[in-house]
Ligand binder design. Structure first.
Ligand code: GLC
Length: 725
């Protein structure tokens, strides 16, 4: 009975969507047809609405932010006012003299494995964007973390296509629930920052479809983003924004995408990109020419194909304007900052991953004396640099100037948010003597650690758009500091505030380690709530932590030692080939399993203050769809959220490991619940040139507490199956 109601509801929803889609498509086509060619052309290019570096003056009707595209007032088509980005409304150096709620980093959001939380985060940042007058949020960081040194790892969600697709899809759906447009970016394979305009990714169609493209495909299915932003890099010799393969064949033909493709800022190589699927030139003053203004209009006037393309561009933009139900009379408004900050704190608390907890030192039980060491923990928490940088209205607590003068001025080093761990710990442990040492003098920190019951060392690793990290070691001598403090105090806790995976040469000397990523606007409060057990940690790693760079497909990041680091990524005048066919679609844990490498911490790893077991895995066909069912038990003494991870480990004889599904839920001590996990057949399939192919044969599945710790597999025979792209 339960299923019949669900089926009826979904059939009705589909019928409505199709009906409204025809109406929506018809409306979009009609409005585009009513436009003059010049009006259509207006929708094909925009400027960066930030007055710096002598760039174009910003029109008074624009809102200071990433982008502005004039509308067509005659037809009620609003201008598009664009802001960055995935972690909140970008601060742009304080130019608007306002602030916004900084969510914790994508890695923290990814560690939650919680689509509902992701959606709630999107709802919050979309509401703030709309309240500030924006109707496009350039959010939806959908790239896979293919390299742990990637400078934008903190903007992305995971190394796995199913996890990234599910979570990014939820985030974009949340943003668009505000009736504004969200992007999904950076399409595609834009997985390193070094020489980001010249990196030429070599990868087979099948490997791309089964990894990075599958993440985007799932994201688009789940969120219908109004726009997809193509990236800076090249794929097999063509720039993302000029790639007929990516934009026309994969995105528009195979996936049937009806929205519009906007370029990244300064990513358009020429007018020919219009014929290869690009619809809108963003930040056009950054390109050699505004190709999608007069040159496009002239071409449309001379050539019927280009004229039809221009109409298609306008139709696609209108499709997204109508799908999102943009308000032509949108005005600025207020929003509930308090509840938004509470969500940011909840998101960080859900994303903290407990990596080590010897003798259950955590949660802390009112120690008499705590010394807090390093990580600027007396001043704030670290945040990521670049276009996605968010700050509150008071701006950064401080900036550590490490990069010297740079093209964007403010991008000169780590900005810290004014959420202060030392203050939060003092407020939570009022009867405890809590002191602080900066950690710049190890001897001083050691002395303090020796006389404390507990030492909490905060360690930071900054990263930014435009730059990759040269390695995954903690910078600034923090490893030596941690090792010395841990040697001085057996109750040493390390709180990592890092962009992504890091090495931990001191791990065995410590009592407890938690990964807090870039903690967001209420990060200190969230970390403290986990330290003292107000929150039971339930984060699980969304990326593999390597034991060494030698374990990676590319131990040396291509271009890192030959190209001058440069935010604009234009440091190289020649293409920099990168061979992703080494690992192909075996990104992250899939590669570690294939090469039998033992990571420092595996994908999916995460401890709790309680304990969970899973059992009773079985597979069934329900309404022609494969589902897995399993029991989750809370075998500990505290309420907690457990994560059931389902992996496929043998695909008709093809060994390997792919996450095939997951489910997270909260259980009281002693409780047990059966979860049902639908299996997306594409994860069982190989890309076979024009569609997906699930070969007939035996398929083995196992439950995992992480990618390296699997239950005994069970198998099921599947018939031969072909799936449309
Ligand atoms: C960029 C980024 C992109 C951002 C855009 C606008 O350089 O790659 O993520 O949305 O510019 O700021």
């Amino acid at each position: 009975m339960r299923y019949r109601a669900i089926i009826l509801a979904s059939v009705m929803a589909l019928a409505f969507e199709n009906a409204s889609a025809q109406t929506l498509d018809q409306r979009a086509a009609a409005t585009a047809a009513a436009m003059t060619p010049a009006e259509r052309d207006n929708l094909a290019h925009g400027i960066m609405a930030i007055p710096f570096g002598g760039f174009t003056a910003v029109p008074p009707e624009a809102t200071l932010g990433a982008g502005y595209i004039a509308g067509v007032p005659r037809l009620g088509v609003p201008a598009l006012r664009e802001s960055d980005a995935s972690l909140g409304v970008a601060w742009i150096g304080g130019l608007r003299h306002d602030g916004a709620t900084a969510l914790p980093s994508g890695m923290a959001l990814g560690s939650s494995w919680d689509p509902d939380l992701e959606r709630a985060g999107g709802l919050v940042i979309g509401a703030e964007a709309k309240a500030k007058g924006f109707n496009v949020l350039l959010a939806g960081g959908g790239n896979l973390v293919r390299d742990p040194r990637g400078g934008r790892t903190f903007e992305y969600l995971s190394e796995d296509p199913l996890l990234s697709g599910t979570l990014a899809g939820a985030a974009v759906a949340g943003v668009q629930a505000n009736h504004i447009i969200s992007t999904l970016k950076h399409f595609a394979l834009n997985d390193q920052e070094t020489a980001r305009h010249s990196v030429d990714v070599h990868i087979s169609d099948a490997a791309a479809r089964e990894s990075d493209l599958l993440a985007f495909e799932i994201e688009i299915e789940r969120s219908h983003p109004g726009s997809v932003m193509c990236g800076y890099n090249l794929v097999n010799g063509a720039h993302d924004c000029d790639s007929d393969y990516l934009l026309n064949q994969v995105l528009k033909r195979d996936w049937g995408y009806k929205g519009f493709v906007m370029s990244d800022w300064g990513a358009v190589p020429g007018l020919q990109a219009a014929q290869h699927g690009l619809d809108q030139q963003s930040g056009s003053q950054l390109d050699a020419q505004v190709f999608f203004a007069q040159p496009l209009l002239d071409a449309a006037g001379k050539d019927q194909t280009m004229n039809a393309r221009l109409t298609d561009i306008a139709t696609r933009v209108m499709h997204s304007v109508y799908y999102a139900q943009l308000d032509p009379n949108q005005h600025t408004s207020n929003y509930d900052e308090k509840s938004h900050l509470a969500l940011a704190q909840q998101a960080e608390a859900s994303g903290v991953v407990l990596l080590r907890n010897q003798n259950d030192l955590l949660p802390l039980a009112k120690p008499k004396k705590i010394v807090v060491i390093g990580g600027y923990a007396a001043y704030g928490v670290i945040s990521g640099g670049g276009s996605s940088q968010v700050q509150g209205k008071t701006g950064p607590a401080f900036t550590v100037p490490v990069y010297g003068p740079s093209i964007l001025g403010g991008i000169n080093g780590p900005e810290y948010l004014p959420s202060v761990p030392l203050d939060a710990i003092k407020a939570r442990a009022k009867s405890t003597d809590v002191t602080y040492r900066g950690g710049d003098y190890i001897a001083e920190a050691v002395t303090a650690a020796k006389s404390a019951d507990v030492a909490i060392v905060f360690a930071t690793q900054w990263s930014s758009e435009g730059y990759d990290e040269p390695d995954i070691s903690l910078p600034n001598g923090q490893d030596a500091l941690i090792a010395a403090v841990a040697a001085a105090n057996p109750h040493t806790i390390v709180v990592l505030e890092t962009s992504g995976p890091v090495l931990m040469p001191w791990l065995d000397k410590t009592a407890a380690v938690m990964e807090a990523w870039f903690p967001g606007a209420r990060g200190a409060e969230a970390i403290t709530s986990v330290l003292f057990g107000d929150v039971n940690p339930a984060g699980h790693l969304p990326v593999t932590f390597p034991a060494s760079l030698a374990q990676l497909p590319r131990p040396k990041l291509d271009g890192l030692d030959t190209i001058e680091p440069d935010f604009t990524g234009t440091g190289s005048k020649t293409n920099v080939p990168v061979n992703y066919d080494i690992e192909g679609s075996d990104v992250g844990y899939r590669w570690f399993v294939r090469t039998h490498a033992k990571p420092l911490f595996p994908f999916g790893f995460g401890l709790s203050y309680t304990s969970f077991t899973t059992d009773g895995l079985r597979l069934e066909q329900q309404n022609g769809k494969l589902v897995a069912l399993a029991m989750l038990h809370n075998t500990g003494k505290r309420t907690g959220s457990g994560l059931v991870q389902l992996y496929v480990t043998d695909r008709a004889g093809k060994k390997g490991e792919r996450l095939a599904g997951f489910e997270k839920l909260t259980l009281q001590p002693g409780d047990g619940t059966e979860v049902t996990i639908p299996v997306d057949a594409r994860l069982l399939a190989d890309w076979a040139g024009k569609n997906w192919h699930v070969a007939a044969g035996s398929y083995s599945f196992a439950l995992g507490s992480d990618a390296s710790t699997l239950s005994a597999p069970i198998s099921i025979k599947l018939d031969d199956q072909t799936l449309a792209p």
